[in-house]
Write a protein that binds this ligand. Structure first.
Ligand code: HEM
Length: 527
């Protein structure tokens, strides 16, 4: 029963953590953006978007929101019954319920689960033009309630992920350009390359010597993700791949993992529980305190060339605010990047032909020399494979916005305070948009292969607009580097017969530990 509660809470989870948009902190996505989009807003930083001048007039004839088609619920509990009855929908498979409702009610449906109303869209063009382009200067997403509660309790600012309004704008403006402007990101290529090299060597050592299998690859990918984001922010290595990992790394890894597992549990608890102390809450507080402490001490001596140093010196934020925001970036990066990379590796292992084509591309472009920054633009298939992974398994399977004024969406007047949600899962699994949608076919993202519909509005895994994922460019760069290097050095196989299925945790997670077989490739001469 506890799993049902997230939907009952006004400020977030089960439904909400996914619904909030998924960088654990609520949902966040532009080379990932289709070309038509990326040429426009997706290249923008917050500074370009801060004019706040995008409010159109409401057409007079908008229908009332409760006329949006959708499943009818019972008084008080709404459609909760559909989720608790035998053979009903499952909250940890909410994307399936969405797909069913789209099929039945059309491209915009409304569902009321115990008073929380979801207006769910499946058309990215409508999302972009009717929701994102109408958003005010400070768009709102549902916040991650345990983090909000903890920071209130400790009298801390809410930071980048969970603050709203002008407070959010202040944080976001301080970080936006350094993290999103393509030129600013280039300096992270070398540190990320070195992390990727070490990670692959580490994987090779972690593989069982008899079978070549790396069991539960998540443990290792989590380390890559943490080491990568720390290399970007602090220009120094945490030591996750040392044997054993450095003490700092061990503590950080264990605090981060506990942070995510306890936060997930808290988000799924009945709301009344927050009035009582619980073991999970205590544990969440303990690891949040420890992370904060580590975050603060990490900002105490940072190399001059690091991003952390730049933010401390130039951002006009207080030291504590910078430390909290750096933690937010780490937290924002960890779950999304880890889960996405696991899905990527799984797809390559399952679709051997695609893996071979990617290996050929990398061999042709890079050959025997080390990967260079300039190579990334010549590796379209590597980039396409990330897009294709995020189509099949979008880490945040939905993105949400809380309307801050009455807004006309698809001819319905959605009142201020209600949520509109876009289902990235439903778009990515739409057979009309993506023929043969169950198969991993990176080529479908290459320019000449794309249909007009695809070119237009079919991929926003990092979100869009002022509140899009601030780590998008870093995420793309670190994953392109990793996939290119892996493709050159290793062959991946999935040794089991049962497919891994997606379930909703903090983001779209794997329903079981993923084991992968790794074998070394002999570098073939470029053709
Ligand atoms: C594959 C990896 C990633 C995916 C798919 C992803 C996706 C997203 C999405 C969908 C959102 C919400 C966007 C919206 O509401 O429109 C988001 C927000 C966010 N992401 Fe990511 N993300 C990824 C990696 C990262 C990384 C590496 C970082 C840190 C460097 C990061 C930091 C954040 C932060 C701080 C937010 C909140 C931004 C705000 O509210 O202003 N993400 N992410």
């Amino acid at each position: 029963m506890s799993r049902l509660w997230p939907v009952l809470k006004s400020a977030q989870p089960a439904v909400a953590s996914a619904a909030t948009g998924g960088c654990p902190f609520g949902g966040a996505r532009s080379s990932q953006v289709s070309p038509a989009i990326s040429s426009a807003r997706s290249e923008s930083t917050l500074a370009d978007l801060s004019d706040g001048s995008l409010f159109p007039q409401q057409p007079a004839a908008a229908l009332p929101v409760n006329e949006i088609p959708g499943p009818k619920g019972l008084p008080l509990i709404g459609t909760l019954y559909n989720y608790i009855k035998k053979n009903g929908f499952k909250f940890n498979k909410l994307f399936e319920a969405h797909a069913y409702h789209f099929e039945k009610y059309g491209p915009f449906f409304r569902e009321n689960i115990v008073g929380r109303k979801f207006n769910v869209l499946r058309d990215l063009r409508e999302w972009r033009t009717q929701v994102i382009q109408q958003e005010p200067k400070c768009p709102q997403r549902v916040a991650l309630e345990p983090m909000v509660r903890y920071r209130k309790m400790r009298n801390l600012s809410q930071g980048l992920v969970n603050s709203q309004g002008e407070e959010w704008f202040r944080f976001r403006s301080a970080f936006d350009k350094k993290l999103l402007a393509p030129k600013e990101i280039e300096c992270h290529f070398e540190p990320l390359s070195s992390v990727a090299d070490d990670f692959i060597t580490h994987l090779q050592h972690a593989a069982d010597p008899q079978t070549g299998i790396v069991y539960n690859i998540e443990n290792e990918v989590f380390k890559w993700s943490l080491e990568s984001i720390c290399a970007v922010l602090f220009r120094s290595r945490l030591g996750c791949f040392q044997d054993p990992p450095s003490r700092d790394a061990q503590e950080f890894i264990s605090n981060c993992r506990r942070f995510f597992t306890t936060m997930q549990t808290l988000m799924y608890e009945p709301p009344y529980k927050k009035w009582f102390s619980s073991k999970t809450w205590d544990e969440f507080v303990t690891c949040s305190d420890a992370l904060l402490q580590q975050g603060i001490s990490m900002t105490e001596s940072v190399p001059e060339e690091s991003l952390a140093h730049y933010f401390l010196r130039d951002s006009k934020l207080k030291r504590e605010e910078v430390a909290l925001s750096l933690l937010d970036l780490i937290i924002g990066a960890m779950e999304t990047s880890t889960k996405t990379v696991i899905w990527s590796l799984y797809c390559l292992a399952q679709w051997q032909d695609a893996q071979e084509r990617i290996n050929k591309e990398v061999t042709r472009v890079v050959g025997n020399r080390p990967l260079q920054l300039g190579d990334l633009k010549d590796l379209p298939l590597v980039k396409a494979s990330l897009k294709e992974t995020l189509r099949l398994y979008p880490a945040p399977f939905v993105i949400s916005r809380i309307m801050q004024r009455d807004t006309n969406v698809r001819g319905y007047n959605v009142p201020a305070g209600e949520e509109v949600v876009i289902s990235l899962w439903a778009i990515g699994h739409d057979e009309k948009l993506f023929p043969d949608h169950k198969n991993f076919i990176p080529e479908r993202w290459l320019e000449e292969e794309q249909s007009e519909g695809q070119r237009m509005y079919n991929s926003l895994p990092f979100g869009h607009g002022r509140r899009m994922c601030i780590g998008r460019r870093i995420a793309e760069m670190e994953i392109y580097i990793l996939l290119s290097k892996l493709a050159a050095r290793c062959r991946l196989e999935y040794p089991n017969t049962e497919a891994v299925e997606p379930i909703i945790e903090m983001t779209l997670a794997q329903d079981r530990p993923v084991h992968l077989r790794l074998s070394n490739r002999k570098l073939e001469p470029p053709t």
